[in-house]
Ligand binder design. Structure first.
Ligand SMILES: C[S@@+](CC[C@H](N)C(=O)[O-])C[C@H]1O[C@@H](n2cnc3c(N)ncnc32)[C@H](O)[C@@H]1O
Length: 390
């Protein structure tokens, strides 16, 4: 979608997207809003098959609101700025900063705050924007070791006349500096972090620009998701749906950048979990994250039985559990491939909600795909600029 540049059209366009999107997600909820792991264990209780539904309206909605691939021209940076930034990360930070070339000279002088900026790869690049008006950058992160490493790296390539790059070890929730007119940017800010940034920007009078690529939508404290925009709140509540963390987790269940080793381990441990759980019977008793030292089903069974304080079964029983687990896995794969059709629509809906929250607060907002999914599956970003007073 190429979002309109006119403020009232933007409002209507995105509001329509949120309302129709929520209705469609509710209409197909039986196909995606369930826990595939638990469903696969409950033999015979498979939810409806997608084949019995006409998915065309959902597909049309997705195609309409799917943002365009990056429409912004990439700037050239001195070659040495990219040094020490991993290749995929470099492509991401260049693309995320790209829309800012449209800024006016007075906007371009405002300091950047790079929230949850890790080692400051993005901050370092912003400092060397090919513009005579490059502005100072503050990179903030809760991990002081990352800030220290970033500051050391950034100090190496200070060139005469370049604006300063500060690192601050602190939290997005308690920003350790006074607000002044500034621009905010955040690459892959998880759950509550990106939600907080959007909300804080919408309440602020000093944030002039917000550039944001969200990720890990399910990482939120609250058990239930509340949309950020008034339109989103209304749209969701009209459907009667409640979205918990499990729903939000679906928005990011893809593994386009996982290594073969990571995929193999994930599949193997899923089979072990399903096998053990089917052997234990319902109700399902959860297990925590699996230590990397557990490398076989026998070791898994030992570990799980210890956690649950239950007897360890003999090897014949364990082999039988594994065979049952294979059947559960096949059921879970069928359920998951159905659920995954709704992954991107859900992710787009969550982005539209943030876009609309900022539009409601008076920003002009665009959103786009800032990188290929093969670079990062979390490839949606928004660019919000305070609309000029007319
Ligand atoms: C997914 S990483 C993204 C890092 C960086 N923007 C990048 O793309 O390379 C998320 C970062 O958020 C930081 N973080 C977590 N909680 C935070 C908080 N409350 N305030 C600031 N940073 C936080 C983490 O330490 C981590 O570096």
């Amino acid at each position: 979608m190429g979002i309109s540049r006119h403020k009232s059209d933007q409002y209507t366009e995105v509001a329509t997207g949120l309302t129709t999107g929520a209705k469609l997600l509710a209409q197909y909820a039986s196909l995606w809003q369930h826990n595939a792991f638990l469903q696969a264990l409950a033999e015979g209780a498979l939810p409806e098959a997608a084949a019995s539904h006409d998915l065309a309206p959902m597909i049309a909605w997705q195609q309409h609101y799917e943002p365009r691939e990056t429409p912004y021209a990439q700037a050239d940076y001195p070659f040495w700025v990219a040094r020490d930034t991993p290749g995929r990360k470099w492509a991401q930070v260049c693309s995320l900063a790209a829309p800012c070339v449209e800024e006016t000279p007075s906007e371009a002088l405002l300091p950047w705050i790079d929230w949850c900026g890790g080692k400051g790869h993005l901050g370092r690049l912003l400092r060397y924007r090919p513009s005579p008006d490059a502005a100072p950058v503050i990179t903030l992160d809760t991990q002081c070791t990352l800030c220290q490493a970033g500051a050391k790296r950034s100090a190496k390539d200070r060139s005469p006349g370049a604006p300063p790059h500060f690192f601050v070890c602190g939290s997005v929730f308690q920003p350790p500096f006074a607000e002044q007119n500034c621009r905010w940017i955040a690459l892959h800010a998880c759950g509550d972090l990106h939600r907080h940034l959007v909300h804080a920007a919408s309440q602020s009078t000093t944030v002039q620009t917000l550039v944001l690529a969200p990720c890990c939508y399910h990482r939120q404290q609250a058990a239930v998701f509340t949309p950020l925009s008034e339109t989103g709140q209304r749209a969701l509540s009209e459907t009667g749906m409640t979205w918990d963390r499990e729903v939000l987790r679906l928005a990011q269940q893809d593994s386009t950048t996982a290594s073969q080793g990571e995929i193999k381990r994930r599949e193997e441990t899923l089979l072990w979990r399903l096998s053990y759980a089917s052997g234990q019977g319902l109700p399902y008793k959860p297990l925590p994250s699996l230590p990397a030292s557990v490398k076989s089903f026998a070791a898994f069974v030992d570990w799980a039985a210890t956690r649950h304080s239950t007897p360890v079964p003999d090897s014949n029983t364990a082999a039988h559990w594994l065979a049952e687990g294979e059947k559960c896995r096949a059921r879970m794969q069928a359920l998951d491939s159905q659920r995954h059709r709704f992954r991107r629509p859900l992710e787009i809906w969550l982005l539209l909600d943030m876009v609309q929250c900022l539009i409601e607060a008076g920003f002009m907002v665009e959103y786009w795909q800032f990188c290929q999914a093969t670079n990062s599956p979390r490839n949606l970003a928004l660019y919000a600029r305070r609309a000029a007073v007319s």
